[in-house]
Design a protein around this ligand. Sequence first.
Ligand code: ATP
Length: 354
Amino acid sequence: MAEIVVSDLRKEFGAFTAVQGSSFTVRDGEFFMLLGPSGCGKTTTLRMIAGLELPTSGTIAIDGEDVSQRPARQRDIAFVFQMFALYPHMNVRRNIAYPLVSQGMSRSDVAARVAEVAGVLRIEGVLDSPVGGLSGGDRQRVALARAIVRRPKAFMMDEPLGALDSEFREEMAEELRALHDRIGATTVYVTHDQLEAMQMGDKIVVMNHGVIEQFGAPQDIYDHPATLFVADFIGSPPMNLLRFEGAVAPGDAVARLGGASVALPALRQGARGALALGARPEHVRLGDDGPLRGRIEATEYLGTTQIVTVETGFGRLRARLPAAAQATPGEHVGVGFVAETLSLFDAETGRALR
Ligand code: ATP
């Protein structure tokens, strides 16, 4: 079992604060994603959990024990960098066995463990091959085998698929998730790719400028972004944000954009001033009527769907429609929404109103 509890974790490099007080819990067996743009502090967070970097303040507890000041080797965590880091002068079997041999494990135990992980990763056929001749996929599997063979409490993975082209990346992502489901070890995984995070993660932490913007299950983050940053970062195309000046009171279930009334889920919080209405492209309806009017600017055909760009008086939005739907650039259309899916944000604080 390995539950990781991160409390108020902070990292300063000189005058620069890379991580500004993060708190989250990674439950035992979870596949946990740290997601955010380049430089937001993901890698620094991961390195602190692994013990490769010491926090400026805050704590990390693994299975209830505070390990914040312990060196990496006393944390029993495997850190998977780029998966290609294999020892080139050793064959596959010796690459995988190396962490166990260097611990002084007996030859028969090493052989049994290597056979076991080779089976899990389906690389029995290449055990005696030199690593130089392996395919990209097999190299990834061997590197993973070397990480899991010593049965660490948890895995830290920093953009492990970053070097792969997109098609192969998707295949390896699926394999990695399947491997996780088989061995069930707690995994913390860093990525800047929101699709990868949504596809693979049980839970996602979204970071920006060293701050956690949101923490939750993928669907929850997609459906209910907590901030404008998350609304814009997750989804492709991202959530449409229509900006307007107005006021909403607790209990309201409508946003007034100029003279138009757009139905929303009822709000518990009110706000006034700069607001933004958030609508996922698949929740925009174009037709003869609708509370807003717009003009179709462009259409982008994607096979089964199309993305239609519409200029409204409150900014441009994109609608995802069936490929067969009629949409012609220049056409004037009514713009409506699926009310229960909409979000409303206070544009000054950037926070969603709930
Ligand atoms: P990337 O995907 O680009 O690696 P990241 O989200 O993982 O981004 P970090 O690598 O954690 O970001 O870096 C966060 C910030 O801290 C960056 O601005 C980086 O330049 C800075 N930083 C990281 N390590 C150090 C260091 N040892 N000394 C000074 N600044 C650092």
